[in-house]
Write a protein that binds this ligand. Structure first.
Ligand code: NI
Length: 187
């Protein structure tokens, strides 16, 4: 397996709507090898998550979380290590019920992206979500997430729809270089 090149903003492959992982690809060595490449590439870059389009693979596949603290986001809670294919996100309202995006509670937080190196911005996201999809072996996933965990899931899923976080920024006065915004951060 290998550490793959991470595409950077401006590459048109980051703007594609990724194709669903086809049924015949589940539970295959081809898919497991791809997941391993994503994991090795994310770990090498200290990423909080990585989506297949970021390594030029046009599939709805992403990974996030390491199960331990992340040096790029030292104040963020630990997010469980997750691999998910063909994810679907449903926003939740303040009563944890599925709702229209317009009725969901939003929360602002700082984000960075391995495809947008050296920058951070304040990005609004749904505070609370349900997400569904499949493990690479084909078993279904159904989970709830809030705050930073929910933010990571939404950020990575955006990569599958061809959306990069700068496209979600509302307040460009809170968009800048990591080394200026967070001078104590070493990565
Ligand atoms: Ni990203």
């Amino acid at each position: 397996m290998a550490i793959r090149e991470i595409l950077k903003m401006g590459d048109p492959r980051l703007l594609r709507k990724a194709k669903p992982v086809p049924a015949e690809m589940f539970n295959t060595q081809q898919l497991f090898d791809l997941v391993q490449d994503l994991e090795e590439t994310m770990k090498n870059a200290n990423g909080a998550g990585l989506a297949a389009p970021q390594i030029g693979v046009d599939l709805q596949l992403l990974i996030f979380g390491t199960g331990q603290l992340n040096p790029r986001y030292p104040d963020a809670p630990v997010v469980p290590k997750t691999v998910i294919c063909n994810p679907v996100i449903t926003p939740l309202n303040s009563l944890s019920q599925p709702c229209d995006p317009e009725q969901a509670t939003l929360e602002e937080g700082w984000e960075g992206c391995l495809s947008v190196p050296g920058l951070r911005a304040m990005v609004p996201r749904f505070q609370s979500i349900h997400y569904a999809g499949f493990y690479p072996d084909g078993r279904p996933i159904s989970e709830y997430a809030q705050s930073f965990h929910a933010r990571v899931v939404q950020h990575e899923c955006d990569h599958l729809w061809g959306v990069l976080y700068p496209m979600r920024v509302k307040d460009f006065s809170r968009f800048g270089y990591t080394e200026i915004l967070f001078p104590d951060l070493v990565v």
